[in-house]
Design a binder for this molecule. Sequence first.
Ligand code: OAD
Ligand code: ZN
Length: 246
Amino acid sequence: SGVDRLGDLIAAARTIVPFTGAGISTECGIPDFRSPGGLWTRNRPIPFDEFVASQEARDEAWRRRFAMEPTFAAAKPGRGHRALASLYRAGKAPAVITQNIDNLHQASGFAADHVIELHGNTTYARCIGCGETYQLDWVKQQFDADGAAPDCTLCAEPVKTATISFGQAMPEDAMQRATELAQQCDLFIAIGSSLVVWPAAGFPVMAKNCGARLVIINREPTEQDDIADLVIHHDIGETLGPFVGN
Ligand code: OAD
Ligand code: ZN
């Protein structure tokens, strides 16, 4: 079966790099983006240039974020996160590359420095001008007091969740480290991503081109299934559950 072949590939690998998308967190209660009921099927994404240009767009972005807070606050690592943390603790996976912003890899036991966040993190906020960080509680207090999304107290530029929006520059350090990991691993496992958002979706291709075996675990087909060595179209928790605690 797919799980047996995955087990063989994991056992044979020296350096495994997991690469995750929103599908690994759906069993934790966090919706993905493109499935029925996903975030982008309900809301249009707010591009970065709109966020910068419009107070209304900033207010809307923060209203959406506050509405999601109970979901993020309640979410605990799932079987997929725990299986990857087991590979990390065993010394098989040096780090995880993620498109996710939910902090669940850190919560599962990865050191923060070993979670390569391509699209940032939604559990805190950052000034888009000077980079000053803010707690979400502070943003909420300001929003409630003024009825509007706050600006930075240091430089007066807008404060945004520490995530990457469409049209916003990718984090250079994360891109650099993900590149090195993709080039150096011998097994790359893409988990729970539709693999349609670039440049993130370039890392499985890069790993494959550099000689790694490529495994894709995703309920639905992806655009990169044809270059993978193993494709498992199955639930992530059920597929990776057997690797928790190994
Ligand atoms: P998507 O919503 O595009 O894809 C998630 C994939 O996970 C889908 O193909 C689902 O079928 C699959 N899936 C969901 N739950 C699953 C489960 N329990 N078992 C197996 N498969 C499951 O999410 P991403 O690929 O992560 O970026 O999206 C990439 C980027 O698009 C995000 O990082 C975000 C978004 O716009 C930005 O906002 C910049
Ligand atoms: Zn600032």
